[in-house]
Ligand binder design. Structure first.
Ligand SMILES: [Zn+2]
Length: 350
């Protein structure tokens, strides 16, 4: 992808990497951030958490088509008639929703230094291991925010920009403590995307997705969760999950539908970038960019991750969708460029 660091002029990045916390920590594991945080990585293999599901098909067929992400709200709202199973709003969402698997290669989070959690000390450029990657991440968060601000404006809705928080190892978030082992994630409580840029190394080596557009897809996916949050979709899905915790995962679950929608929204952004690149060489996509995004979508599919971690595939443990589904929904958004085509909640086929 062609880009210029000057594109990033909106102050959409919060750099906490200079705070001294946990440098050199690998991202050897992956977490399921449950109903609180929208993460890029699927899991399965016994990972807990995830958003509620199973009820999606009940309301889906009756909902009007064509509402896209701005209409899906109605359909999700209709599902509030589901019997309330949980009396309380749930305990500490972080401890109930997050269930980190143990990976031999991952350092224990408790062993990490405490200093610097959550403080915003920017890393001096001279100490940045990859200043170009930092610039690129800045460009992507700025550009995705720009695109969604415009789309919301067109729909007569207000969009509040999200920020990309760069950190190393661990950091405080409005959703509890963020660890790089979780992979990139979005916290709806503070409206911010959290990325340890070290993940992109793992994206290339462990998940088989190298290249700048693979990285762009990851950030755009998390910004997709922000879009869902601004529209109130995430909150409604989370409430349903609290009412119906037994249906937190599975191939048709609301969690999977929410994640696939975020993939589709990433595709909508990619379409916009492609379109603008047609008339502006400084923003042109390179050959292979879309393939890089598709490789990333495929690499973080539930089935791919389950297979690599447990050796088998268990659809009941799906939280993010299969590799094929993630590619399909990214492509749906990329092909049309319209969020109207991202209504995974009413889609008869995921
Ligand atoms: Zn996600």
């Amino acid at each position: 992808m062609e880009w210029d660091p000057k594109e990033a002029d909106r102050g959409d990045v919060v750099d906490r990497r200079g705070a001294g916390g946990g440098s050199g920590v690998g991202t050897g594991g992956m977490g399921d951030l449950g109903g609180v945080l929208g993460d890029i990585l699927g899991g399965g293999g016994g990972l807990g958490g995830g958003l509620g599901g199973g009820g999606a098909s009940r309301g889906g067929s009756k909902a009007k088509k064509g509402g896209g992400i701005f209409g899906v709200l109605l359909m999700v709202a209709a599902m509030f008639v589901l019997p309330k199973i949980l009396g309380s709003k749930g305990a500490d969402v972080i401890t109930s929703g997050m269930n980190l698997p143990q990976f031999p290669s991952a350092e224990s989070a408790d062993a990490l230094p405490d200093e610097g959690r959550g403080s915003d000390a920017a890393l001096p450029r001279s100490e940045d291991p990859d200043p170009e990657l930092t610039d690129f991440a800045n460009v992507i968060i700025t550009d995705t925010n720009n695109v969604w601000a415009e789309q919301f404006q067109t729909s007569g809705k207000r969009y509040d920009r999200t920020k990309l928080v760069l950190y190393t190892g661990r950091t405080s978030t409005g959703c509890g403590e963020g660890l790089s082992q979780m992979g990139p994630f979005y916290c709806p409580a503070d409206n911010q995307v959290y990325v340890d840029l070290g993940f992109f190394e793992e994206l290339a080596t462990r998940f088989g997705a190298a290249g700048d557009f693979a990285q762009a897809y990851v950030i755009a996916h998390e910004v997709g969760h922000h879009v869902q949050n601004v529209l109130g979709i995430s909150e409604q899905v989370q409430r349903i999950e609290q009412q119906d915790p037994d249906q937190a995962t599975g191939p048709e679950s609301l969690s999977v539908r929410l994640e696939l929608q975020a993939d589709c929204l990433a595709g909508v952004w990619a379409h916009s970038r492609y379109e603008r690149g047609q008339s502006d060489p400084a923003k042109r996509l390179d050959d292979g960019d879309i393939d890089e995004a598709l490789d990333a979508a495929s690499g973080v599919g539930d089935d791919a991750i389950q297979k690599s971690t447990t050796g088998s595939v268990n659809p009941e443990g799906f939280t993010h969708g299969t590799s094929a589904q993630r590619k399909r929904w990214f492509t749906a958004g990329y092909d049309s460029g319209s969020s109207d085509d991202c209504d995974t909640f009413n889609a008869p086929r995921l």
